[in-house]
Ligand binder design. Sequence first.
Ligand SMILES: [Zn+2]
Length: 425
Amino acid sequence: MFDLLVKGGTLPDGTVADIAITGDRIAEIAPKIEAEAREVIDATGDLVSPPFVDPHFHLDATLSYGLPRVNASGTLLEGISLWGELREIATVEEMVERALQYCDWAASTGLLAIRSHVDTTPDHLNTVTAMLEVREKVKDYIDLQLVAFPQDGLYRTPTGRENLIRALDMGVDVVGGIPHFERTMADGAESLADLCEIAAERGLRVDIHCDETDDPMSRHIETLAFETQRLGLQGRVAGSHLTSMHSMDNYYVSKLLPLIAEAGISAIPNPLINIVLQGRHDTFPKRRGLTRVKEMQAMGIPVGWGQDCVLDPWYSLGTADMLDVAFMGMHVAQMTHPEEMARCFTMVTETNAQIIGLEDYGLKKGAKASLVVLDAARPVDALRLRPARLAVVSKGKVIARAPRGDAGLSIPGRPENVRRRAPRR
Ligand SMILES: [Zn+2]
């Protein structure tokens, strides 16, 4: 007797399978499982996917839009200064409550693993206290990984470095940084050497807000690749944003991409945010500011899609749905070939899981029993529709359900019910 049986679903690779769950693990996955289960979900004709993963988020700032005012210029820099005001007036309780509400949204969309940067700039470290509490509170249904993020620079504030270390000592999981925001290029490069050494000593992963600028001369990713190799951190380092690469000289990029690949660095572009933040100083033509996604993938560099922000000083919209993120990324990076569209779905599931080092992930025997049943037939249709999540299972438990997104029609001679699935070809 299994605890849960998900029957007849279509997996992202197109195969049809039953998935049997015992406790918090996938016990069996096969074309047909004839066995009893305490609970059965009929997923016939629906897509069954491993859960969505967000490799780049800011949970300490989320759902704060309008506090204490809105970002009038829409730029990254006004967002940073606005957040500087907010983090001084937000209480731990308020940050915890907003983050928990966001996690409810995430659970409802099947977003079950999140890597969140946590600002370590203020001496009170209320942000860190709050997010550690949230990590503990959501651990039964969301895997939350925290990054110590010196938002105002490691060296630009007197206690920047000390507070980052304090946050790691408090139990934050990953080392972060923001080299393009340090006072000089030299300080930025030095911060990367310092941060990678801290990570190597502690056996931690690294995730850097790297070159989030339109300045083509912002080349900290080159230093990050060098430090990763020097310290043997291959496979444990991610460069987030990398937007300057959009504007870089093509000859230089032809040298840079092999260096990134050689260092085993992953890339995390954040298309919703960067399509609105970048190019703000341009007249026309106006740059998109998204990094070179397909070009990096062609070199074998793992590239995921990150969400970054929802309703905060940097982004006034957002839904906690990684399909929205992939949908925007697919457009901005022009990933319109059928294989590229399908890859965008893989990016917000398997690739993101790989980038943040999630263990026991995926639809396979012995893996964590976490999955999503979507009101769509296949991944590309899921991206197009961003449909209802009919059921979300986390670690063996059904944690969310939603009705189908059908609409009723009252048009003579036409069907009474529309479900906007694409015709099969
Ligand atoms: Zn960020």
